[in-house]
Design a protein around this ligand. Structure first.
Ligand SMILES: C[S@@+](CC[C@H](N)C(=O)[O-])C[C@H]1O[C@@H](n2cnc3c(N)ncnc32)[C@H](O)[C@@H]1O
Length: 192
């Protein structure tokens, strides 16, 4: 099988796919992330013979990937500008506020639909955020964009997510401004 992670980041998907003896295309806008990916996939393990193809590119325009050619998409976009992954890469979606991020994710959904084979799965991990103490359910907006692109929602998995780098900041503010901590994110599993 040929897998795609168009927000490859630190390379977790690449490593797991290689271990599962599948091939994978990894894409990221950030050269630092791609260097990390190259490091991570450089291992030998019995039975882990999957090939990893790395590209510097934008998840919104995957021109180098043919229509209906991917067997599985497994990816993890930035959550708008909650965590910035670079200082000055223009195409880095982690610089966008929620409204513009969602416009960009519409193109990501369309490209994902184009490259995936019919009946195959597309898994997208997404989180939410808060603005002025109120919950912004950004992940559900992303889910709807993928549905509008043509995908059907097969599964919705809730992933516990806490004790991360930013938890201290949010904990302090949650007490100060009286709101609950977000302690989960969603894994949307779509089918084409
Ligand atoms: C949440 S991280 C991915 C983490 C990854 N799953 C891991 O295990 O390390 C999101 C990644 O998306 C990349 N990115 C941001 N905008 C992008 C775009 N337009 N196209 C491709 N990658 C992008 C960032 O550079 C960052 O590495």
């Amino acid at each position: 099988d040929l897998v795609l992670d168009q927000f490859a980041g630190g390379g977790t998907t690449l490593v797991e796919v290689k271990l599962l003896n599948r091939n994978i295309i990894g894409v990221d806008v950030n050269e630092v992330a791609l260097a990390r990916c190259r490091e991570k996939i450089n291992f030998d393990h019995s039975g882990a013979n999957g090939k990893v193809y790395l590209y510097k590119g934008d998840a919104r325009t995957l021109d180098f990937i043919k229509d209906n050619s991917i067997d599985l998409i497994c990816t993890h976009p930035p959550y708008a500008d909650i965590i910035k992954y670079s200082e000055d890469i223009e195409t880095d979606l982690s610089h966008l506020k929620v409204k513009d991020f969602l416009i960009a994710m519409r193109d990501v959904a369309a490209e994902s639909y184009r490259v995936l084979k019919k009946d195959k799965f597309c898994a997208v991990l997404m989180g939410d955020t808060r603005q002025k103490g109120h919950m912004i359910p950004m992940s559900f907006e992303v889910m709807k964009l993928f549905q509008s692109a043509g995908f059907k929602l097969k599964e919705l998995v809730i992933k516990e997510q806490h004790n991360c780098k930013a938890t201290g900041y949010w904990k302090t503010n949650s007490v100060k401004y009286n709101f609950l901590l977000i302690a989960h994110e969603y894994l949307f599993i779509f089918r084409k």
